[in-house]
Design a protein around this ligand. Structure first.
Ligand code: GLP
Length: 242
């Protein structure tokens, strides 16, 4: 089941998502959140930080599992997702560093890291609420078109248009890591509930495909149609073909 919450713009998407997530954290203060990076979640992280300060929502017992990480960037690199999460959320709320988890893209044995991460998700009791963005090519996490819906945490070679889309954060295209670690589609679908956020016309085609195309590995986000509890929070621009 996919519910759609239609909002006017990025700011409203961030407030709506932030409110719903903060409510869930208050209702279940030891839940496990599945977190995402990129431009899309930045606004609702800001909302969560503000809400933590003004309303005292606590993350003391919250656990977090991040979707993905570039391979080869140390946690101290400003373009790593470790760094992103520290700066955008973890440094500003009372979450414990022992409870935050991100795939280690600097691991020497990446296959072992994939197994460790997949086991970790099980050990924390699974993800209660997974937050997702969507790539222009329909990717979720870093699961590019063609990824098996049975996939678990794995190493991926990033698609050319993903490298181009993410080059804006780097000095030049050649600096974008070509590979990443990502939770698989099956790992994502195991989450009890999923929020998919989308904003802007660049995402309109990928969002429209979710409704017009069938379930296909050519459109990774279409896997979400197999899930029982998905909410799409998207703005007018992202929903312009719907
Ligand atoms: C990135 C991330 C995804 C993210 C997507 C959209 O490459 N790996 O997890 O959801 O692409 O990114 P953005 O929100 O910056 O548009």
């Amino acid at each position: 089941m996919m519910n759609i919450i239609r909002v006017a713009n990025y700011e409203e998407m961030s407030i709506e998502a932030g409110k719903l997530i903060a409510e869930k954290v208050r209702a279940n203060p030891s839940m496990t959140l599945g977190l995402a990076t990129g431009s899309t979640p930045q606004g609702f992280y800001q909302y969560l930080v503000k809400d933590h300060i003004t309303n005292g929502t606590t993350y003391k017992n919250i656990k977090s599992i991040n979707l993905d990480e570039y391979i080869g960037l140390p946690a101290s690199d400003p373009n790593s997702y470790h760094y992103f999460m520290q700066k955008n959320l973890f440094d500003h709320v009372d979450i414990s560093s022992k409870n935050t988890h991100i795939p280690n893209g600097a691991a020497t044995d990446l296959d072992e890291e994939c197994v460790r991460y997949e086991n970790l998700i099980k050990e924390v009791g699974g993800i209660d609420l997974q937050i997702l963005g969507i790539g222009q090519n329909s990717h979720i996490g870093f699961n590019e078109p063609g990824t098996s819906f049975h996939s678990r945490t794995h190493v991926v070679a990033l698609a050319k248009n993903t490298l181009e889309a993410n080059a804006r954060f780097f000095a030049k295209l050649e600096d974008v890591p070509t590979h990443a670690l990502t939770m698989g589609i099956a790992s994502i679908l195991d989450s009890k509930e999923i929020f998919l956020l989308a904003s802007g016309t660049a995402k309109a085609k990928a969002v429209a495909q979710l409704f017009t195309e069938g379930i296909s590995e050519d459109f990774p986000a279409s896997a979400l149609k197999q899930h029982q509890k998905v909410t799409i929070i998207a703005d007018e621009d992202a929903l312009k073909y719907i």
